[in-house]
Ligand binder design. Structure first.
Ligand SMILES: *[C@@H]1O[C@H](CO)[C@@H](O)[C@H](O)[C@H]1NC(C)=O
Ligand SMILES: *[C@@H]1O[C@H](CO)[C@@H](O)[C@H](O)[C@H]1NC(C)=O
Length: 446
């Protein structure tokens, strides 16, 4: 038994030494004619019959969503691209070359498909191709590259910040037609999105929902062409915006509602409301920095902010009206007091002037002049005079009472306006918040 094994081992050594196989790559490269003199492999599409189309299969892996710019509508991502195609001239039998089944070749030595990304808006400096590609003995060539990709992406921000964005990354050959190059994917989309989800390091405020692959053909220059479309579906993490924008605005609205309970007489109400208005305008400025100004459909958050601003603005106007009415009231009060005082003064002056002077003098005159006919008619006139005085005094007090009523009237009007406005305001806020909830929050991710 042992002798048998030794014999077979010896025979194996004998066979291998007799074949003396070349285990270096150079013999393989000579076999593949990958010499500097042979530049046919760089120039031509590697098919033996030109009517054969080259199927370029590729995978795009997403390593990170770096930045999403809503204003310029671009998505910045970090991607890895693997491409594979068949080179009909690079086949060999591994057993003839010491079992070499894989060889790396400089990129410049081989024909490479000119696949580009349609949405790519970045400069070429951000692409890094590995210096080499590798070929398998079956003739399949693999090429890897990584890229910091800035791609254009049409975003629909109407649901901001609860939005879901679909960004497309389209791969197509720049110069070849469908008869020459067709595109396919190496792995299916569910696998790819799973892998991307696992390897993704930076996502920022975004969550990768799914990665879908679609193969489309389209007509370009009269000839059909193929393209591979990756649809990246990602959702925004809205918590920061909820904490930073939506809740403070709601809180300011509630504060404005509560400000109706501040006493009017202090005069603080108006300044408080204006402070609220200013705070809202600061939040509006923050929002303006985030959203693009060229938006065909108004984002709900803009409607939300503008409506709150308008409602608070109207309530400031109402507070101004009420404070004006109160001012009018106090003005009237001082005016009537002045009038009353002047009247009193006039009356007093009249009294002082008339009674001590006029009355006595009159009486004296009368006594002097009409001393003799001091009879019933004279007493009657005196009585009439007294009656007139009393009437005038009474009229004066009634007038004053009327004025006092007038004084309270504006205050009353102001209070009524305030109450009615508060009820209307409250109802408007309820209706508005319900509308926003139904239109905006209830539709999130539906
Ligand atoms: C090339 O391919 C076409 C179509 O597949 C076929 O008709 C033709 O015979 C092929 N030519 C050669 C030389 O194999
Ligand atoms: C944006 O999305 C909203 C709801 O998701 C939709 O009603 C609206 O039509 C979309 N706008 C555009 C321009 O696609």
């Amino acid at each position: 038994m042992v002798a048998l094994i030794v014999l077979t081992l010896l025979s194996l050594i004998g066979v291998s030494s007799s074949q003396t196989p070349d285990c270096t790559y150079s013999s393989l490269l000579t076999h593949l004619k990958l010499t500097p003199a042979n530049d046919a492999l760089q120039i031509m599409r590697p098919v033996k019959n030109w009517t054969t189309t080259t199927l370029v299969r590729m995978d795009m892996l997403m390593y990170g969503i770096l930045h999403v710019d809503e204003k310029s509508q671009t998505l910045e991502s970090h991607i890895w691209i693997q491409m594979s195609w068949e080179n009909e001239f690079l086949t060999w039998n591994p057993s003839e070359f010491c079992g070499i089944s894989r060889v790396t070749i400089p990129r410049s030595r081989l024909w490479l498909p000119d696949i580009t990304i349609h949405e790519d808006a970045s400069d070429t400096g951000s692409i890094y191709h590995g210096p080499q590609v590798y070929a398998l003995s079956t003739g399949f060539v693999f090429s890897n590259s990584r890229q910091r990709l800035t791609s254009t992406c049409e975003m629909n921000l109407s649901m901001f910040p609860f939005d879901l964005q679909n960004c497309k990354i389209t791969f197509a050959s720049m110069n070849s037609y469908g008869a020459e190059i067709t595109l396919g994917s190496l792995t299916n989309d569910s696998q790819l999105s799973k892998v991307s989800e696992e390897i993704m390091v930076t996502k920022g405020e975004w969550e990768l929902e799914k990665l879908e692959i679609a193969n489309e053909s389209f007509i370009k220059g009269g000839e059909s062409q193929y393209r591979l479309v990756y649809v990246i579906t990602m959702s925004r993490k809205p918590l920061l915006y909820v904490v930073n924008l939506i809740v403070p605005l709601l809180y300011l609205l509630v504060l404005d509602l509560a400000s109706f309970f501040i006493s009017e007489s202090r005069g603080e109400k108006l300044s408080f409301k204006i402070t609220i208005l200013l705070s809202i305008s600061v939040l509006l400025l923050i929002l303006q920095d985030m959203l693009p100004s060229t938006e065909s459909t108004m984002p709900y958050i803009a409607i939300y902010c503008v409506c709150i601003f308008a409602v608070v603005g109207i309530s400031v106007l109402e507070a101004m009206l009420v404070s004006f009415l109160f001012d009018l009231d106090s003005y009237c009060a001082t005016m009537t007091r002045c009038i009353a005082e002047t009247q009193e003064e006039i009356e007093l002056e009249d009294g002082y002037h008339k009674e001590p002077l006029g009355d006595e003098e009159e009486a004296k005159e009368k006594q002097e002049k009409n001393f003799l006919p001091l009879d019933g008619t004279n007493i009657l006139e005196l009585l009439k005079l007294i009656l007139g005085e009393v009437k005038a005094a009474r009229l004066g007090t009634e007038q004053r009472r009327e004025d006092a009523k007038q004084v309270g009237r504006y205050r009353k009007i102001a209070e009524i306006v305030d109450h009615i406005f508060f009820v209307l305001y409250f109802l408007t806020v309820i209706v508005f918040l319900t509308y926003m909830h139904l239109q905006w929050l209830s539709k999130v991710y539906m």
